[in-house]
Design a protein around this ligand. Sequence first.
Ligand SMILES: C[S@@+](CC[C@H](N)C(=O)[O-])C[C@H]1O[C@@H](n2cnc3c(N)ncnc32)[C@H](O)[C@@H]1O
Length: 194
Amino acid sequence: MIAREYTKFISEFVCHPRAVGAVAPSSSNLARHLVESVDWPHTSNVVEYGPGTGSITEEILCQLPSDTTFLAIEISPRFAEMLRMRFPGIRVCEGSVSQVKEHCACHGIEQVDAIVSGLPWASFADEDQTAYLDATMEVLRRGGQFITYGYLQGRLLPAGRRFRHKLNQYFSEVRVSKPVWANLPPAFFYLCRR
Ligand SMILES: C[S@@+](CC[C@H](N)C(=O)[O-])C[C@H]1O[C@@H](n2cnc3c(N)ncnc32)[C@H](O)[C@@H]1O
C-alpha cells in the first residue's frame, strides 16, 4: 500500500476514531488468513463490512471465484470513494452495515453466504454491537459464515469481552484463531457459523 493510503487512513482515524478504530490498515498477512477461512465452495456471495482503504478487499478479490458476487459496505464517504478508484468495477455501498439488508436488496441479494468484517467491534457501544449483529442475522443464511478480526489487547477491554459474549449468543459455532503477530497491532480473528 502506498504512503498516500496510510495518510488517508490515519487522517480518517483522527476525524472518526471510534468508527475507524485502528491506526493502520490490516496487514496482507492478516487479510490472507481471514480470506483463506472463507468456505469458497459453498459461497455464492460474500459481503465485506468496513473495507476502509481495501487491504482485505484486495485479498478477497484475489481469491474470489469468478461466479461469486462481492459487495462492500463502507460508512466513510472518503474511504468509499478511494475504494472505487482503487478497485474499479467493484460494488461499494456507502452507508452503515445497520442497513445491510437494504444494501443487499439493491444488488439482488436476499441471503448472504459469508461476511468478512473489518469493523472495530471493541470500540463500539453496546447498542451498536447489538444493532449490527441483529442486522447481520437478517441476511446471513443458516450455516453461513461470519469472520471478523480484533486486536489482542482489545479482547481484554470490556467492549471486546462483551462482543465475544454476544457472538456466543448469536452464532451456533464460534472459533478463535491463533494470534496473527504480523499485524499492527497483533490480531486474532473469530470464525463463526450461524
Ligand atoms: C478498523 S477499520 C478496518 C479497515 C480495513 N478493513 C482494514 O482491515 O484495514 C474499520 C472500518 O470500518 C468502517 N466502519 C465503521 N463503522 C461502520 C459501519 N457502521 N458500517 C460500515 N462501515 C463501518 C470504518 O469507516 C473503517 O473503514
